[in-house]
Design a protein around this ligand. Structure first.
Ligand code: PEP
Length: 250
C-alpha cells in the first residue's frame, strides 16, 4: 500500500560535472525501477542540470532545504517556487545537520513545511534524537516534540504530500546504524503519533523512512520491518553502485 521510497541526500558534495555524471549513471542503471519511488537531492548548483538528465526517468529531484517565503530580501536563500523551477518535486526539511549546525528550530522548520506544501512541493521531514537524548531516556519526548511542532497547522489532506524520515543523529555519517529493532520501535512510535495528531488513515498511509548509515548490506533488514517504508541515504548515495544496490535491495 505504501510505495517504498529511496532518497539520496548528496549534501555538500559533487561539482556540476560530477553531479551530472552520477545522475547519468543512476538514470542508466535505475531506468526500469518500478518497485520504489526514487529521489535524489543534489546541491542547489546542480539541480537544473540534473533535472534535465533525469527527465523521463524514475528519478525525482529534491532540494536539500528551502526558505519559507516566495520571494524577497533573503540573501542566499531559495524559495519552494525556485526549487520547483529548477525541477524539484520534493524538499528535505529539518535535517539534523541544519538543526545542529545552523540552529534551525522546530518553529522555523514548520514555517518551511507550510511554505513548501503551499507551493506544491512534497516534503521529507527529518526527525531524530541525538546520543545524549537517547541515553537520558528522552528519545520519545524529542521525537514527539519534533513531530508536533514540525507538523503544526498541517492538515490531514496535506499529509498526503509529506514523508517522515527518522534519522537518529548518532547514526548519521558515523557508520553506526540503528538496528532494525531500534528503528522499528521508533517508526511504530511515529505511526502512533500520526494517528493521534491526524487520523488512522494518515498514520497508515504516511511513509516513514529510516536514515543513518544505510548501506547495501543493511538495507534489507531495515526494509523487512513493516513500519519502515524506505531510506534517506547520505554517504552511500554518493556512489552509484551503492545507491543502485540499495534501491535494488533483495
Ligand atoms: C543523512 O544525511 O540523511 C544520512 C542519513 O547520512 P548517512 O547515510 O551518511 O548516515
Amino acid at each position: 500500500m505504501r510505495k517504498p521510497l529511496i532518497a539520496g541526500n548528496w549534501k555538500l558534495h559533487k561539482t556540476l560535472a560530477e553531479a551530472q555524471e552520477l545522475a547519468r549513471t543512476l538514470k542508466d542503471k535505475l531506468q526500469d525501477e518500478q518497485r520504489c519511488e526514487l529521489v535524489i537531492a543534489p546541491p542547489f548548483t546542480a539541480l537544473a542540470a540534473v533535472a534535465e538528465i533525469c527527465r523521463d526517468s524514475p528519478l525525482q529531484l529534491a532540494g536539500q532545504n528551502c526558505y519559507p517565503a516566495t520571494e524577497g530580501a533573503f540573501t542566499g536563500e531559495l524559495s519552494p517556487t525556485l526549487l520547483q523551477d529548477a525541477g524539484c518535486h520534493y524538499v528535505i526539511l529539518g535535517h539534523s545537520e541544519r538543526r545542529q549546525l545552523l540552529g534551525e528550530t522546530d518553529t522555523f522548520i514548520n514555517a518551511k513545511v507550510q511554505a513548501a506544501l503551499a507551493a506544491g512541493l512534497k516534503v521529507i521531514l527529518c526527525v531524530g534524537e541525538n546520543l545524549a537524548q537517547r541515553e537520558d531516556g528522552e528519545l520519545f519526548d524529542v521525537i514527539a516534540t519534533q513531530m508536533r511542532l514540525g507538523l503544526a497547522e498541517i492538515t490531514s489532506a496535506q499529509m498526503a504530500e509529506v514523508v517522515i524520515a527518522y534519522e537518529p543523529v548518532w547514526a548519521i555519517g558515523t557508520g553506526r546504524t540503528a538496528s532494525a529493532d531500534q528503528a522499528a520501535e521508533v517508526h511504530a512510535f511515529i505511526r502512533g503519533l500520526l494517528q493521534g495528531q491526524f487520523s488512522s488513515e494518515v498514520s497508515e498511509s504516511t511513509r516513514i523512512l529510516y536514515g543513518g548509515s544505510v548501506k547495501p548490506d543493511n538495507i534489507s533488514s531495515l526494509m523487512a520491518e513493516p513500519d519502515i517504508d524506505g531510506a534517506l541515504v547520505g554517504g552511500a548515495s554518493l556512489d552509484s553502485a551503492s545507491f543502485v544496490a540499495i534501491a535494488h535491495y533483495p
